[in-house]
Design a protein around this ligand. Structure first.
Ligand code: AKG
Ligand code: FE2
Length: 317
C-alpha cells in the first residue's frame, strides 16, 4: 500500500519546478501596499460618475431649444401640453365647461409676428427712460406702468407719486398707446391659439417691464431665477405672456426662458419683438436662467379669466 504525503510536510526531494510554483503562490499571497485604497477609489469613481450623470440631467444635456434666437417665427409655434389637475380646484370662467376662457386646452406658444422690430425698439426705449430714474441695486429691476411701482435701490417707489406732474416729461401718450395696442394684439393671439373668446380675457396685475443684468442680487426681489408657477406666484393669472425687447446672444448671455418639464428642459431664447405665451398653471413650471453678461429687457403681460381681477390698461395720469 502506497504511503500518502500529507499537508506541508517538508521533504527533501522538492524539485526546482515545485519550488518555483511555491514562490509564485507565496508572492501572490503577499499584501500589496495599495490594497487598502482600492475600495475607496472605486467608491470615489462611482460617486463622480453618478454626479456627472445627475449634472447632465439637470443642466444642458437634458435641455432642448424650443425656439432659438436666430429663427423668425411668422406663425405661432404651438406646443400643447396636458392641463394640470389644478384647474379642477379653480372657479371656471365662464362657469360652463366651454372654451370660454379658463384653460381647457393648455400649452405654450411663441410668435415673432405679433410685434414689429420698431415697436419692440420703442418699448425698450420706454423701459430704458423709466428705469434710468431708478432701478434696483441688484440685478433685476421692474417698472409697472399700471400701479406705478418701480425698483429703486433696495425698495420700490410709486413713479406717479414720486415724479408727480413731471411724469409727463418722461413718458408720452404715444408710449401708453403703444402698450395698449401691443397688449390687444397679444390678447388676440392668445385667444386664437387656445380657442378662446377674446372678450372673456382681461388684463390683470402685475404687468411690468423687467430689466435684468448680471449684478448680484441684493434682496429676494432680485432673485428672478427661481422655478415657479405663475398661477401660484401671482394668483389671478390664467395666461402669461412675455414680450422680449432684446436679443439673447447679442445684447446678453444667459437669460433664456426655461420650461421645466418632467424629464426635459425646453428653452425659449429671447429675441426682440418675440412673444411667448402659455397657460399659467403647473403644466408650465418655468424659470429664467441667470444673466451672465449684458442687459435683458422684457415685458410680462398677464391675463385673467376672472372679471373681478381685471385691470384697465395703464394710462398717463
Ligand atoms: O422674463 C421672463 O422671461 C419670464 C418672467 C417670468 O417668469 C414672470 O414674470 O413670471
Ligand atoms: Fe413666471
Amino acid at each position: 500500500m502506497a504511503v500518502q504525503r500529507r499537508g506541508n510536510v517538508k521533504t527533501a526531494d522538492t524539485t526546482p519546478f515545485e519550488k518555483q510554483i511555491k514562490r509564485v503562490i507565496l508572492q501572490s499571497q503577499t499584501k500589496s501596499p495599495y490594497r487598502g485604497y482600492i475600495v475607496p477609489l472605486l467608491a470615489l469613481i462611482g460617486t463622480v460618475a453618478l454626479l456627472t450623470w445627475l449634472c447632465s440631467v439637470w443642466t444642458n444635456d437634458n435641455t432642448e431649444t424650443m425656439v432659438s434666437q436666430e429663427e423668425v417665427l411668422t406663425q405661432p409655434r404651438v406646443f400643447m401640453v396636458q392641463c394640470s389637475e389644478d384647474y379642477q380646484k379653480y372657479k371656471h370662467f365662464p362657469d360652463v365647461l366651454s372654451s370660454g376662457c379658463t384653460p381647457m386646452k393648455c400649452g405654450r406658444a411663441v410668435s415673432d409676428s405679433v410685434v414689429t422690430a420698431d415697436e419692440a425698439r420703442a418699448l425698450k426705449r420706454l423701459a430704458e427712460k423709466g428705469l434710468a430714474l431708478g432701478g434696483s441695486d441688484g440685478g433685476a429691476s421692474i417698472l409697472d406702468l399700471h400701479s406705478g411701482a418701480m425698483s429703486m435701490g433696495r425698495k420700490f417707489i410709486n413713479i406717479y407719486r414720486y415724479f408727480n406732474d413731471q411724469i409727463r416729461d418722461i413718458f408720452t401718450e404715444e408710449d401708453f398707446e403703444l402698450y395698449r395696442v401691443v397688449r390687444g394684439r397679444i390678447q388676440t393671439v392668445i385667444a386664437e391659439t387656445f380657442g378662446l373668446d377674446s372678450s372673456q380675457l382681461y388684463l390683470t396685475k402685475p404687468t411690468f417691464f423687467s430689466r435684468i443684468n448680471s449684478t448680484s442680487a441684493k434682496t429676494p426681489h432680485d432673485e428672478y431665477w427661481h422655478p415657479h408657477i405663475d398661477k401660484v406666484t401671482y394668483g389671478s393669472f390664467d395666461y402669461t405672456s412675455l414680450l422680449y425687447l432684446t436679443d439673447y446672444g447679442v445684447d446678453f448671455i444667459g437669460g433664456r426662458f426655461i420650461f421645466m418639464d418632467i424629464n426635459r428642459n425646453r428653452t425659449v431664447e429671447p429675441r426682440a419683438g418675440r412673444v411667448s405665451f402659455f397657460s399659467s398653471g403647473s403644466e408650465n413650471l418655468h424659470r429664467v436662467e441667470k444673466v451672465a453678461w449684458g442687459t435683458r429687457y422684457a415685458i410680462t403681460v398677464s391675463f385673467t379669466c376672472d372679471p373681478d381681477y381685471a385691470i384697465a390698461d395703464p394710462s398717463l395720469p
